[in-house]
Design a protein around this ligand. Sequence first.
Ligand SMILES: [Zn+2]
Length: 258
Amino acid sequence: MSKKCPYCNKVFENDPKRKGKCRYCGKTFVIRKEQALTINQGILVDSKKRLEYLNVEGVNQAKTLDELWFDLNQAILNYSMKGKFDDVASIYLNMGVIAETEGHYKDCIKFYLLCSHFSAYDMIKEYQKLGMKLTFDDLMKTENYMISSPVKNSIKELGLDSALIDDLGRLSVTPSLEATEKIEILKEVFSGEYTRLKNIPHDQKIPLRIKKPKKDIFQKPRVLPMEKVSTKKTGCTGCFGAFVGVILSTGAIAGFIK
Ligand SMILES: [Zn+2]
C-alpha cells in the first residue's frame, strides 16, 4: 500500500522509508510501522513504546499526546501513593524526552531534574533499608540524569552556560531539598538568578540520610480525590498535594513553564 502524507493526504510516489518533508505541503513526517505519521503521532508512538515496560495503566489507550500526558500525570500520582519512586523517576524521564522532542526545553530540564530527584530518593531509601552507606558523590555518579543528552541540548538551545550542568546535577540529587524547592531554584536559574543554585552543598563524603522533616513529600500520602489534591493542606499530605499541584499546573495540559 502506498503511503499518504499525514497532513495533506496526498499519496507519496516515491514510498519514503524514513523521516522527510512532503513535497506537496512541505510539512515534516516520520515513518513508523510502514506508515507516514505527523511529528506528534511519531512522538506518541515512540513514547508508548518506551513506556511499555512500565505497564502504565491507560497509556496504551492514549490517542493523542495530550491524552498520553494526562495518563502520565495520573501514573505519577498512582506510583507516588504506592511509594514506587523509581517508577515515578522513569515517567519523568519519558516526559523529559517528549518535552525535548517538542522543543519545550525548560520543561525537559525540569522533568529530568525531577527524574534525578526521585531516583536519588529511591536509592537512598534502599541503602538505608539495607543499612549500607551512600555518599553524595555516589549519587552524583549513579543518579544524576542532568548529564543526559536531552538536557545538554536543552541547555544549549536556551543559550545557558553548559557549566550549569554540574550545578543542576547537584541540585537534582541532593536530599536536603524538596522537589518543590528544587523547581523554584530551577525557575530562578531560568530567570538568570544563580545564588541558591550555587549554594547547593556538593562535597559531602559523609553517608547520606533522608531527613525527617515535618513536611516531607516522600511520606506516604493519604489517597485524596483528584480535585482536592492541589489545595488541601493536612499534615504531610499537604506538602505532597502542593507538589502534585505543581506537576499538574506546570505540565503540558495546563501549559509549560514560561
Ligand atoms: Zn503533505
